[in-house]
Design a protein around this ligand. Structure first.
Ligand code: ADP
Ligand code: MG
Ligand code: MG
Length: 892
């Protein structure tokens, strides 16, 4: 049988279904599904994504047989509609719509009213008895088609339209007459001919194939490529093309068009949320040309504009019923498009709605309660990386705020930064580490890179379903949209707000995406809410995951925060951070600069009680959970002053000459500190430093055990081991100190001695090393540096370029390089366990909080990951996803 390229839907029957998203794209698959479950969908057909793939494989030629299939399916649509494509008396008009597997909002443009020409327009007039409508539809078609298919600068035609309105002294499109539109259609075509040197196509077949070609062509346009890159969508998926009979929301006051979500996409609240416009077509609702009206008064919507429920009660009731049908059918929150033609409701699209993290959690938890989904599905419905939005502070409700405007709460969270007015400026500012808020009249797909770089987005126009709102929610970025109270002046690089405030480029503002408030200056924030639905979901998460999640914490405060986030121990406590504290750096420097062993010991004796105090604080906070403490790691010169004035001051307090101190600093200077005298190499050359640290750890543990009955199992971790002999020697020393301390206190503490695996040699000889180590912790930051042979401090000069030009799929310091570094982790883990079966294995690099890397760690059989406190819930959720298996990303 010949390949099938085209899939029909109409009159309650469809060739496709929801599961065929890969082949039909999301839009096509769901149009088919809605048709089959009996919803009113205008008939049409979908040209599959396979055709797109073939198209690009065969130098932009269509597969043989496609034309015939398209013709046959068009005939079917004609029959159902009782109209004929190109017919002068009763012409069928269609829309040509793109639709990929993953939704790509605004990436590819839809063409409406296709099939109109100077002849068929008369057919539309005689059928609709509405000349104005017919010419309005016609001019829209000429505008869209010339822009999307022919590459006409749309500004030129818009300018003609503006001129016309000016000449007539009117402001709104709706004030133009049939004759005006008719005249404009002629002028548009002339201008197109003049600018492009070609005629606007009159032949409907030519129009149809032009549009189909443009949709497939748009798959490779720059906007689409950028969007795919940002969202990790492969280029070979391709897009489908949907050709669908037109229905008209712009034939009068008994017509309308709208978009809705079956639940609130911002908060997740279970009420029907949407916007519509009477006598409007297609994108009018989201384009920000007219202010959309609410579909109902749910959730206290007090818009002054009449709701659809009030204006069109029958259609509203039908739509509300469809809301229920869709949710029951898809068992998820839906994002829908509808049009009402002369009092008759049509569904034009449904898809799983994008939502904020907050909404994702509420909807998932609510739907379990409603019996729509089970707990496992609920866990899968929340994207780990997206939790980030919830784990960060929001605006302190008690803080003083200088409110300068209020817009729509389009995407929650708080953001603060300097104002910029273009996407390029936002990107440039972010590159040099500035925090910025992107302020636009409205955003378009060309602004995506700037939205990505900004902390938050503020727009003057557009509703909750505008481009800015939808994209920001997808990115998890704070957004205030449709803020009509601000007047943006791009020319002056400023915007005016309430009370004569003028905010200039570079001024700091704060946005609250949960309330829509815009404030002047920086506003203080409060910690996130971790109970309620969040708590419920995290309980389910913990039921499914197998991997343990610890935290990297150096202070009792961090330890406390992490425990509240659900950390099950400390995977990395860096002792050097304690050395930097203002009150002890003097003693540390004294120790480093001491001339001999005695001098060093004297200085270390001053440090001992302070270190012990630190460990007591942390052990107490962790209440018996495991704590891994890494002995001193960085090269000593990091603790010394480098500026002349600081050296002078230190020389004075130490009573040594400036020159002597300078010599010492010079002596300790390293060319490649990352590869230098650090980690266990310090312990080998200055054993008394590690002895002191071990003593402090054990005394802290013994005291808490003896005085307060704490059960503590300290894990003493020796960094940067390359050969087993290093570890053997340091271990003997540590054991001696531990035994001595326990003897002195007369208590028995279980303790472990282990190592970090952060050099390739250590991973490759892990079987040897495991003889001396009771646990391994993969220090994947250093392991990435040493495997790639690059220093993170210098990599900024080329690494971003590598990622941009696809030499590397991702920054290996963010997402673990599974092919290289990951192999060393796997080898280290296997070899280590071959020697010591019960070897505890974890990872403590920053990768411990990266969802993809967490999934890798699960698969590799690690016991735990350790990450920064704020990422603990993300890692827990990622670990649950890893255990459950596949997940669906509903943010995309
Ligand atoms: P997008 O993917 O950007 O949402 P769509 O293909 O959904 O693009 O179409 C853009 C707009 O045109 C939407 O508002 C949609 O409802 C409307 N539209 C598409 N096809 C038709 C049609 N056959 N009749 C009426 N409106 C349509
Ligand atoms: Mg759409
Ligand atoms: Mg390290």
């Amino acid at each position: 049988m010949a390949a099938k390229y085209v899939y029909f839907f109409g009159d309650g029957k469809a060739d496709g279904k929801a599961e065929m998203k890969n082949l039909l794209g999301g839009k096509g698959a769901n149009l088919a599904e809605m048709t089959s479950i009996g919803l009113p969908v205008p008939p049409g057909f979908t040209i599959s994504t396979e055709v797109c793939t073939e198209f690009y494989k065969n130098e932009r030629n269509y597969p043989a047989g496609l034309a015939k299939e398209v013709a046959a399916n068009l005939t079917k649509v004609e029959k159902l509609m009782g109209k004929k494509f190109g017919d002068p008396k009763n012409p069928l008009l269609v829309s040509v719509r793109s639709g990929a597997r993953a939704s790509m909002p605004g990436m590819m443009d839809t063409i409406l009213n296709l099939g109109l020409n100077d002849v068929t327009v008369h057919g539309i007039i005689s059928q609709s008895k509405d000349e104005r409508f017919a010419y309005d539809a016609y001019r829209r078609f000429v505008q869209m088609y010339s822009d999307v298919v022919m590459g006409m600068d749309k500004g030129i035609l818009e300018h003609l339209l503006e001129q016309k309105k000016e000449a007539k002294g009117v402001h709104l499109d709706t004030e133009l007459s049939a004759a005006d539109w008719k005249e404009l259609v002629g002028k548009f075509k002339e201008k197109i001919k003049k600018h492009l040197g070609q005629n606007f196509p009159e032949d409907p077949q030519e129009q149809l194939w032009g549009a189909i070609g443009a949709v497939f062509g748009s798959w490779m346009n720059q906007r689409a490529i950028t969007y795919r890159k940002l969202n990790s969508i492969p280029a070979d998926w391709g897009t489908a093309v949907n050709v669908q009979a037109m229905v008209f929301g712009n034939m009068g006051d008994d017509c309308a068009t709208g978009v809705a979500f079956t639940r609130d996409p911002s908060t997740g609240k279970n009420y029907f949320y949407g916007e519509y416009l009477v006598n409007a077509q297609g994108e009018d609702v989201v384009a920000g040309i007219r202010t959309p009206q609410p579909i109902n008064r749910a959730n206290g919507n007090d818009s002054k504009l009449p709701s659809m429920e009030e204006v069109m009660p029958e259609c509203y009731t039908q739509l509300a019923k469809i809301r229920g049908i869709l949710e029951n059918h898809y068992r998820d929150m839906q994002d829908i498009e509808f049009t009402i033609e002369k009092g008759k409701l049509f569904m034009l699209q449904t898809r799983n709605g994008k939502r904020t993290a907050k909404a994702a959690i509420k909807i998932a938890v609510d739907m379990v309660g409603e019996g729509l989904i089970d707990e496992k599905t609920a866990v899968q419905r929340v994207v780990p990386a997206q939790l980030d939005q919830l784990l960060h502070p929001s605006l302190d409700p008690k803080a003083k705020k200088k409110l300068i405007a209020k817009g729509l709460p389009a995407s929650p969270g708080a953001a603060c930064g300097q104002v910029v007015f273009t996407a390029d400026e936002a990107e440039a500012a972010a590159k040099i580490g500035l925090k910025v808020i992107l302020v636009r009249v409205e955003t378009s797909p060309e602004d995506i890179h700037g939205m990505h770089a900004a902390q938050g987005i503020l727009t003057a126009r557009g509703g909750m379903t505008s481009h800015a709102a939808v994209v920001a929610r997808g990115m998890g970025k704070c957004c205030v949209a449709g803020c009509g109270e601000i007047k943006v002046n791009y020319g002056a690089e400023s915007f005016a707000a309430k009370g004569d405030v003028v905010v200039k480029k570079g001024d700091v503002i704060t946005l609250d995406g949960s309330t829509g408030e815009v404030m002047l200056g920086e506003v203080p924030t409060v910690p996130p809410e971790l109970t309620g639905d969040f708590g419920t979901l995290m309980e389910w998460v913990d039921k499914f995951r197998k991997l343990k999640v610890r935290t990297n914490a150096d202070t009792p405060h961090d330890a406390k925060v992490a425990r509240e986030f659900g950390a099950e121990g400390i995977g990395l406590c860096r002792t050097e951070h304690m050395f930097f504290e203002a009150d002890r750096i003097a003693a540390v420097r004294e120790m480093i600069l001491a001339e001999d062993l005695d001098g060093r010991k004297r200085a270390l004796a001053k440090i001992l009680p302070m270190q012990k105090g630190d460990f007591i604080g942390i052990f107490r906070e962790m209440k018996g959970l495991p704590v891994t403490i890494r002995l001193l790691d960085p090269p000593l010169h990091e603790f010394l002053p480098h500026e002349d004035k600081d050296i002078d001051a230190l020389a004075k307090t130490m009573g040594v000459s400036v020159q002597a101190l300078k010599n010492k600093v010079e002596f300790l200077h390293e060319f490649n500190p990352m590869l230098g005298h650090r980690g266990c190499r310090l312990g080998i050359t200055f054993p008394e430093i590690y002895d002191l640290q071990v003593q402090a750890i054990m005394e802290a543990a013994c005291e808490l055990n003896k005085n307060e009955g704490f059960a503590i199992v300290p894990e003493i971790m020796i960094p940067l081991v390359a050969v087993v002999e290093e570890l053997k020697r340091l271990r003997e020393s540590a054991v001696r100190v531990c035994e001595e301390v326990m003897g002195r206190y007369g208590v028995k503490i279980d303790y472990l001695i282990g190592t970090m695996i952060e050099l390739p040699r250590a991973a490759l000889t892990a079987d040897e090393i495991a003889k001396e180590a009771e646990f391994f912790s993969f220090g994947t930051n250093d392991l990435t540096q040493t495997t790639f042979g690059l220093s993170r401090d210098d990599a900024g000069k080329f690494l971003p370029f590598y990622v941009e030009s696809n030499l590397l799929p991702e920054d290996p310091f963010v997402t673990l390089d599974q092919g290289g570094v990951g192999q060393l982790v796997r080898i280290g883990c296997e070899k280590g366990r071959a020697t010591r079966k019960n070897l505890k294995v974890g990872i403590c690099g920053e990768h411990g909080g990266d969802p993809e890397s967490v999934i890798f760690c699960h698969k590799t059989g690690l016991d735990y990951v350790s990450c920064s406190p704020f990422r603990v819930p993300i890692a827990r959720l990622a670990a649950a996803h890893a255990a459950i298996g596949e997940t669906t990303d509903l943010t995309k």
